[in-house]
Design a protein around this ligand. Structure first.
Ligand SMILES: NC(=O)c1ccc[n+]([C@@H]2O[C@H](COP(=O)([O-])OP(=O)(O)OC[C@H]3O[C@@H](n4cnc5c(N)ncnc54)[C@H](OP(=O)(O)O)[C@@H]3O)[C@@H](O)[C@H]2O)c1
Length: 393
């Protein structure tokens, strides 16, 4: 049931990309501070939002700008993390259902889709590529390079961001995704043997060649962001950020704000925990879920951490908002240049998550939530020792 793209403005692919670029540059002209997001309101309501033709539908009606200047990228205010559709999140629907879900997200206004070479070594990219057939012109497909693979097997103790590997991954991602240009091409984890300047310069060349639209980095510290940005303007930092992991607030978000770089929180629901549908009895699929290896997802830790979900529940109960919506809306209310990428395998959760982009919290609501959550100790680290050694402090 492939559909020709025919948006309400009758715009073709190049029209879409031009409009997206123009929207970004309009924003940049308007923002004399050079800060990502400028004075754009954190959350617009539907009636005040742009005419997307989606009124009344569970959809993302607002747009946000990641990055600034030549690196500006105008995207839906919430994206879609595609990993769990067939990798690392236990049971998943069949291929046809996953494709239908991605297309439903597109129809509901999502323009930023996130995948990576490493999600099943091409498996997730290929699924996203199939879903985007006939739709690729109206959305951005972002992917990531940098993990080391030998014959399709990841060498978990090493990373590879050599220029040759970045180029190899880029060609594979373009082919798997069936697109001419990758939306954001992120370095997945730093490679201690390849200076970030070399990485930035390689992506800069790929941008010049038209194979990549924008540059991103994951799990890097403020110093690395500055060094990379000096060589090739960074559009977005993608790192873990949610109620149970707020490290980026200390240095990373301030440097993003200062340099005009966007921020894409990954695992914004803490891998599902903040959605309230996981408990100490949840059994993750041994062959397809990394959560069972994470300290924070051991039964005792889950039982203790459920107190945090209960805070979100209590806050949302009187407002008619689910815990997942509280978690996502809180992130989006933090900064106007934040674009979360929750993942789901279900239409009902997609609808719930997209609606969260409409909720505006007052300063006192934000404070109330943050104080209530901060009073509860988070039990269990987010990663095991090896994974932790790969994220910059
Ligand atoms: N850069 C990096 O290093 C990195 C690392 C990890 C992830 N990522 C990216 O971030 C994306 C999202 O991360 P993630 O999948 O780890 O975590 P997440 O988005 O925090 O959580 C996904 C889980 O939450 C559940 N969920 C979604 N909506 C829900 C709702 N409304 N209520 C209850 N449960 C809900 C999903 O289950 P259902 O399917 O049942 O809805 C799924 O198992 C990934 O797809 C990937 O693109 C990047």
């Amino acid at each position: 049931m492939e559909k020709e793209w025919n948006n309400e403005h009758g715009m073709n692919r190049r029209g879409f990309l031009r409009q997206a670029v123009l929207a970004g540059s309009t924003f940049c002209v308007a923002s004399t501070t050079g800060k990502a997001g400028g004075s754009e309101p954190a959350v617009m309501n539907i009636s005040g939002g742009p005419d997307t033709g989606l009124a009344g539908m569970a959809a993302v009606h607002n747009r946000r700008t990641l990055g600034s200047g030549t690196a500006a990228m105008n995207v839906s205010a919430m994206g879609f993390g595609c990993m769990g559709l067939n990798h690392h999140r236990s049971q998943h629907p069949g291929k046809e259902q996953s494709i239908a879900l991605i297309r439903e997200a597109i129809e509901r206004g999502v323009t930023l889709f996130d995948t990576a070479e490493s999600y099943g070594y091409h498996k997730n990219e290929k699924l996203v590529g199939e879903a985007l057939k006939g739709y690729a012109d109206r959305v951005f497909a972002s992917s990531k390079f940098g993990h080391k693979f030998v014959n399709g097997v990841q060498i978990k103790t090493e990373e590879d961001s050599t220029p040759a590997n970045i180029r190899r991954v880029c060609e594979n991602s373009l082919r798997n995704l069936g697109v001419e240009t990758l939306g954001i091409f992120y370095q997945h984890r730093i490679d201690p043997n390849t200076p970030v300047e070399v990485v930035a310069d390689t992506v800069k060349e790929l941008i010049r060649e038209g194979k990549v639209l924008h540059f991103g980095l994951c799990e890097v510290n403020a110093g690395t962001i500055r060094r990379a940005h000096a060589v090739c303007p960074v559009t977005a930092i993608q790192s873990e950020y949610h109620f149970m992991h707020r490290d980026v607030e200390e240095n990373v978000l301030p440097v993003c704000e200062e340099l005009g770089i966007g921020f894409v929180p990954y695992s914004p629901l803490n891998r599902g925990l903040l959605g309230g549908m996981i408990n100490e009895y949840t059994r993750f699929e041994a062959a397809n879920d990394n959560r069972q290896t994470l300290p924070r997802f051991q039964p005792d830790a889950i039982r203790a951490n459920m107190r945090i979900v209960e805070v979100l529940n209590a806050f949302g109960r009187t407002r008619g908002i689910t815990p997942a919506q509280v978690a996502l809306a809180w992130l989006m209310n933090k900064k106007p240049f934040v674009v979360p990428i929750p993942g789901t395998t279900k239409l009902s959760h997609l609808e719930e998550n997209l609606r969260a982009a409409e909720f505006r919290f007052t300063d006192s609501e934000m404070k109330e939530l943050e104080e209530a959550v901060a009073a509860i100790p988070v039990i269990g680290s987010r990663y095991d020792a090896l994974q932790e050694s790969k994220v910059q402090k």
